[in-house]
Design a protein around this ligand. Structure first.
Ligand SMILES: NC(=O)c1ccc[n+]([C@@H]2O[C@H](COP(=O)([O-])OP(=O)(O)OC[C@H]3O[C@@H](n4cnc5c(N)ncnc54)[C@H](O)[C@@H]3O)[C@@H](O)[C@H]2O)c1
Length: 329
């Protein structure tokens, strides 16, 4: 018997705070070498400008395996279909039986939001008042919620490519996230967004930096989740030279994919010695986190299958306990 879990089913049993804890466990597993997650398989489908991505993972300690299928089909948006359709398959590690199929678009959003949330939880100043979010696409809602879940903010400023879209996004989010009691303010430029911001997230598909790193204030924590290919760069490299510490979800994965780090490495703006390490080692207590309120700290993630695995497993256990979802024989 298999359980089918939609976004609504997941939302009933699993919160952003739960997702942050799940990601911390995932990052820890990764740092301990306890998650076997081979590099994702990428099969190109040039006929439709698409590609299929298969992301497997196995954690013996949790007796769980998972496979996320997330496909990139950019023309889908013309037909009202998601550009990145996705599902997560959860597999019982004792029996090999597939136990659940879950909305992978939502799991990706919440676990990617939670990566920023975990970084802020572990690395941000205790007192943060202003947040900034750059980008208003598919990941943005969960990114916004994650910063609110990690610190008790007064205001988050949002900026995007198109001001009307940014306004509409901010309005929708103000209603959806009203329980957090945070003002969500649309602004026209990223300069306005990051001025005085304690927490900054970039969540874009940009190929050029989307903010001015000289304008980030002391003590800020910056999470960049967007760039995952060599030509993609949303982070202003200046921020890497100003940062006291630079952490990754997985240094190996980031250095195999992300222009945000690869480009400044290649042009000599930073060297590998400037990198602090993986956030899982902070969770483990092996690596120091923030040491004072003036440090600028950068966190760069590209997403790792361990996040999908732990997130899906916690959701599944909760759903079974609550009788949520639809059973399929
Ligand atoms: N780190 C991870 O684990 C992870 C997980 C999922 C997605 N991603 C990546 O994060 C990025 C965002 O994902 P998404 O689903 O929101 O994508 P999306 O295509 O839905 O949205 C992209 C957003 O970027 C904005 N943008 C593009 N160029 C910009 C610029 N120069 N200035 C400001 N905004 C700009 C667009 O307006 C849009 O709002 C993508 O590159 C995606 O591949 C990372």
């Amino acid at each position: 018997m298999m359980l089918l879990l939609s976004k609504e089913d997941i939302r009933k049993v699993f919160t952003m705070k739960d997702a942050i804890e799940a990601d911390k466990r995932a990052f820890r597993l990764l740092a301990e070498g306890k998650c076997n997650a081979p590099l994702r398989t990428n099969i190109q489908a040039p006929k439709h400008d698409g590609c299929f991505l298969f992301m497997p993972a196995y954690a013996e300690e949790m007796d769980t395996a998972s496979l996320k299928v997330v496909n990139v089909f950019p023309h889908n948006v013309d037909n009202g279909l998601p550009a990145l359709p996705a599902q997560v398959m959860l597999i019982n590690g004792k029996t090999g039986v597939v136990e659940a199929l879950m909305d992978g678009i939502y799991i990706t959003q919440i676990r990617t939001g939670a990566a920023s949330g975990a970084a802020f939880d572990l690395l941000a100043k205790k007192k943060c008042k202003i947040g900034a979010l750059i980008g208003t696409g598919g990941q943005a809602a969960a990114q916004l919620e994650a910063m609110m879940a990690a610190r008790s903010l007064d205001e988050v400023r949002v900026s995007g490519l198109h001001y009307e879209r940014t306004q509409a996004f901010a309005e929708r989010m103000q209603e959806e996230l009203k329980d957090y009691g945070v003002r969500i303010v649309p602004v026209a430029t990223s300069d306005e967004a990051i001025e005085d911001a304690d927490l900054i997230i970039t969540s874009t598909s940009s190929v050029t930096p989307v903010f001015d790193g000289t304008k980030v204030k002391k003590g800020a924590t910056v999470s960049c989740i967007g760039s995952y290919q060599h030509h993609m760069q949303e982070m202003d490299p200046v921020i890497l030279t100003r940062a006291s510490k630079i952490y990754f979800d997985s240094e190996d994965a980031v250095l195999s994919e992300a222009g945000d780090i690869l480009i400044p490495l290649e042009d000599g703006t930073v060297t590998r010695e400037d990198f602090t390490g993986d956030i899982g080692n902070v969770v483990k207590g092996e690596l120091a986190g923030r040491e004072n309120d003036d440090e600028i700290i950068v966190f760069k993630s590209v997403g790792v299958a361990a996040q999908d695995l732990v997130t899906a497993k916690v959701i599944y256990d909760r759903a079974v306990a609550a009788g949520a979802g639809m059973e399929w024989n």
